[in-house]
Design a protein. Sequence first.
Length: 119
Amino acid sequence: VQLVESGGGLVQAGGSLRLSCAAAGFTFSSYRMGWYRQAPGNECEWVAGITSAGGNIKYADSVKGRFTISRDNAKNTVYLQMDRLKTEDTAVYYCNIDYGLGCNALDAWGQGTLVTVSS
């Protein structure tokens, strides 16, 4: 499993960012994919998940209505559109397969992309 996240950066509260994650080393189109994040001093948190064909999407309550997950199976890429960002969204964001079991079920991670939201 190879995962390369990109698109993070510094943004003011209320702003937007779009994260991308390029996947390789497995049959991307067969797997539910998810976004996760880890803020300093906090445990890893599942943020959003999308089924293999994109027909079923779920969000953590903390991001519902502000974040949108999508995927392009032709490009082996999953996206996270983040709008109306809050300071508490500051974290390193990762993508990975979503088995519905949270972060601890996964052992192969990319480098992540840092999102910093300033007040």
